[in-house]
Design a protein around this ligand. Structure first.
Ligand code: GLY
Length: 413
């Protein structure tokens, strides 16, 4: 009798715990995008105040770039073609305006965007023209419908396409480094710049380089990169080097990663974002499958190497969890996964959505949000570790993709 009672008791306990478990499993993971967005708006206002001189004047040509550990305000760099981060600050202002409708932010956004026009009117310097103009003019165009911004972005797309090498099938990233690398170099970051070409190909048929050509260049770049720029497991090299004349793939190496064979976290994040975006424009299933492949290896290695959802700067740094983090990579991936999850059905799509939300949750804790420490949104990004630059810092592009991810989540909600 006693045995029977104990047996029944255990059965009841098991039933109760499995009930609880399935309840936990079925509850969708949630995160309040609104309060994080309000925080970002407040930090933007604080930053704007510090970007004025004592007489209240603002130099719109000086763009926030980083805040190093123990500093409180942005170090700025002059907007120019050689400064790849020139467009992120105006993009942040446009997104903040879109969310808050704060006219003071819009005014600032217009001023900083204006300062970028001279870059478009100079000869193309390198592939970063895409980052600079997509993030400023197109965000401005999305927020206001101002046709001037659209025309400037179309002009930039046209210039960017002149870096395309038809023998290789990719855009040349760094014309200045062709000799150093022994050939035509293309970096993974360049996948992001295809968005400008795809967008332009759909907008205007008066371009010097015809729209179909822009579309074809972007597709061919994505295909060539898919073929050569990745290892069998889906992790990527930072730089792919090709023979300039006959176009054959020579080697994959690193520039900002730990080693030629390591997984540099931000490089992989560009791949995840890039192939998701290429699928958005092409609806070609090869790119959707590939976006999942490069995501799955990232998420697997993230689980193995990080104590939370923010990666260390390079997943192969032997210091493991002691290595500096790169919040910027987490922001890029979170934003990308909030798009990818809409293209992938069922459980897998849900896994991507939940992964993105977990990333945003971690990023929005006091471990990463700058709060009173400085005027950026986030701390703990790593720019160029091998060069010893911007290690464990606030960096402008982390804030940009954090804000973009929050807005994407808000739209999903
Ligand atoms: N595009 C340069 C970087 O990701 O740091």
């Amino acid at each position: 009798m006693k045995k029977k009672i104990i047996f029944l008791l255990i059965l009841t306990m098991l039933a109760f715990s499995s009930c609880n478990h399935s309840k936990q499993q079925s509850e969708p993971l949630s995160f309040e995008a609104d309060s994080a967005l309000t925080y970002c708006h407040q930090q933007v206002l604080r930053a704007l105040e510090t970007l004025c001189d004592s007489t209240g004047n603002r130099d719109f040509t000086m763009m926030p770039r980083n805040i190093l550990a123990d500093e409180q305000i942005w170090n700025c760099r002059k907007a120019k073609a050689e400064e790849w981060c020139s467009g992120f600050w105006s993009g942040i202002l446009w997104m903040t305006y879109e969310y808050s409708k704060d006219e003071s932010v819009r005014e600032a956004a217009e001023g900083y965007t204006e300062a970028i026009v001279s870059i478009i009117n100079s000869p193309v310097y390198d592939h970063d023209l895409g980052f600079i103009t997509f993030n400023s003019f197109l965000k401005g165009y999305e927020a206001t419908g101002n046709d001037c911004y659209k025309q400037l972005a179309l002009q930039a797309a046209d210039s960017l396409a002149t870096l395309y090498n038809n023998k290789v099938g990719t855009i040349l990233s760094w014309p200045r480094h062709v000799k150093d690398y022994g050939g035509h170099n293309t970096i993974m970051d360049n996948m992001m710049n295809l968005e400008l070409l795809f967008w332009a190909s759909q907008e205007n048929d008066e371009l010097r380089i015809k729209n179909d050509e822009l579309f074809d260049i972007a597709v061919r770049h994505a295909e060539t990169t898919m073929k050569n720029h990745f290892r069998p497991d889906g992790s990527c090299y930072h730089v792919a080097v090709y023979d300039t004349l006959d176009g054959h793939f020579i080697k994959g190496v690193t520039h900002q990663g730990y080693s030629d064979s390591s997984m540099w976290s931000r490089g992989q994040s560009w791949a995840i974002y890039g192939y998701t975006m290429v699928y958005r424009f092409t609806k070609d299933k090869r790119f959707l499958d590939f976006a999942q492949k490069v995501t799955d290896i990232y998420l697997k290695r993230l689980r193995e190497t990080s104590d939370d959802r923010v990666p260390i700067w390079d997943m192969d740094d032997p210091r493991g969890t002691e290595a500096p983090k790169d919040a910027s990579a987490a922001c890029v991936v979170a934003s990308a996964l909030l798009e990818l999850c809409q293209f992938v059905e069922n459980e897998k799509g849900n896994t991507y959505r939940e992964a993105a939300i977990s990333m945003l949750r971690d990023l929005s804790t006091d471990r990463y949000q700058s709060r009173d420490n400085n005027v950026a949104f986030l701390m703990h990004s790593t720019g160029h570790h091998p060069a010893g630059s911007e290690i464990d810092a606030s960096i402008i592009y982390a804030d940009y993709y954090y804000l973009e991810a929050l807005l994407r989540l808000l739209r999903l909600q």
